[in-house]
Write a protein that binds this ligand. Structure first.
Ligand code: NAP
Ligand code: MG
Length: 401
């Protein structure tokens, strides 16, 4: 490797898996170069979260990062780790700095059939992670009062006033917003991801009902596609389709997959959990943050698997699925290889993925996969977290590594 990858270590069971994946599946085979940042909660607390910002800046500078799952502190974690403050979600911080979009995609393997039998290829979901109800202003309104939408200029002079509702009885009101800049960045991230993965793009919103708000999303996407991506899409043999969100849902159910499904913030929140569940286990869902200027941060979609970690520190064996975390590593290695023209690195990452899939397909897997696994002539066997990694290493050696 010539250019280092930004390595962001994390918490709990995934931190344990992280070290084992490097030790068993990566470091013996390649000359791994990383710029290491410890995003484990104790180090975030010690640096007053400075380490998260430094890691995100490094990802901006070097272009490719791989991240372990991290704890987002809540009141209980503040007590457990004796934190100075309830630090913000590291993923949120990194996303803000890179201005990126998160793409989640299931890892398909023979023997694990999606709940929707027609789905043969992965469905990746892009969630716009800015605005809408997630940055909303809300109020309770007493009956007899009225709520208005008011726009003012920089000096506070009123430019426009619209009645939202004249309440005859008690109710609620909500103000949401989005920005052209954020939606444009989202569109570019989606189109870049689609080109990089050679996949069709479907975007759905509700512009027939929301004639200004949702319509703005539709128009921005159409304009950016037309002016910046259409030619590249046509030569890559992929397409962009906009239709109403309910129509997209119906089409997705009937499709065979192989699509990037672009979702507004709330739709993405809900639909990504639906798609993840329908494809099997959380342990088989990969995730990548792509910035509009082409920086990549790869990670697993699941969290730190706390329940398993508490067993692990009591000295019990766990059977925690490392596949999504392995995919974070292979995704980062492949992207680094692509950017540096390093064919050998790409081949290694591809072999590691094949060895992992082959291990599962030959019946060796972690406990979460056993109940859903069904392949003629293969009896699934549950291995420990480390035992599974060692089995993958055997298959990797068989690829000539
Ligand atoms: P989680 O860590 O994803 O785990 C929820 C449950 O899903 C686990 O208890 C386990 O079920 C199952 N599971 C998830 N990943 C698995 C794997 N790789 N192998 C086997 N089973 C797996 O979610 P959580 O418990 O809600 O959150 C735990 C911590 O992770 C929290 O502190 C949260 O802040 C953090 N988190 C971080 C990220 C991130 O960094 N991207 C994302 C989400 C959550 P069983 O217990 O039934 O085996
Ligand atoms: Mg959700």
């Amino acid at each position: 490797m010539s250019t280092p990858i930004v390595e962001m270590d994390g918490d709990e069971m995934t931190r344990v898996l992280w070290a084992w994946i490097k030790e068993i599946l990566i470091e013996p085979y390649i000359n791994l170069k990383t710029e290491y940042y410890d995003l484990g909660l104790p180090e975030r607390d010690r640096t007053c979260d400075g380490v998260t910002v430094a890691a995100a800046e490094a990802a901006k500078r070097l272009g490719v990062a791989v991240k372990c799952a991290t704890i987002t502190p809540n009141a209980q974690r503040v007590e457990e780790y004796n934190l100075k403050e309830m630090w913000k979600s590291p993923n949120g911080t990194i996303r803000r700095i890179l201005d990126g979009t998160v793409f989640r995609s299931p890892i398909l393997v023979k023997g694990i059939t999606p709940y929707v039998p027609g789905w043969k290829k992965p469905i990746a979901i892009a969630r716009h992670a800015y605005g809408d109800i997630y940055n909303a202003v809300e109020s309770r309104v007493e009956g007899g009062n009225s709520a208005y939408l008011v726009i003012c200029d920089g000096e506070g002079r009123e430019l426009e006033r619209k009645l939202v509702h004249k309440f005859s009885s008690d109710g609620v009101v909500q103000g949401v917003h989005n920005t052209d800049q954020s939606v444009s960045a989202f569109a570019r991230s989606c189109f870049n991801y689609a080109l990089s993965n050679k996949t069709d793009v479907w975007f759905g919103a509700k512009d027939t009902i929301s004639k200004i708000y949702d319509h703005r999303f539709k128009d921005i996407f159409a304009e950016i596609y037309q002016n910046e991506y259409r030619a590249a899409f046509e030569s890559a043999g992929i397409s962009y389709t906009y239709t109403l969100i309910d129509d997209v849902v119906a089409r997705i159910m009937r499709s065979e997959g192989g699509i990037l499904w672009v979702c507004k913030n709330y739709d993405g929140d809900v639909m990504s959990d639906m798609v993840a569940t329908a494809f099997g286990s959380l342990g088989m869902m990969s995730s990548v943050l792509v910035s509009p200027d082409g920086k990549y941060e790869f990670e697993a979609a699941h969290g730190t698997v706390t329940r398993h970690y508490y067993k692990h520190i009591k000295g019990e064996e766990t059977s925690t699925n490392p596949v999504a975390t392995i995919w974070a590593w292979t995704g980062a290695l492949k992207k680094r290889g692509e950017l540096d023209g390093n064919r050998k690195l790409i081949t290694f990452a591809q072999n590691l993925e094949s060895a992992t899939l082959k291990t599962i397909e030959s019946g060796y897997m972690t406990g979460d996969l056993v109940p859903t696994f069904s392949l003629a002539g293969v009896t699934p066997q549950k291995l420990t977290s480390r035992g599974f990694l060692l089995k993958i290493a055997e298959n990797l050696a068989a690829c000539g590594y």
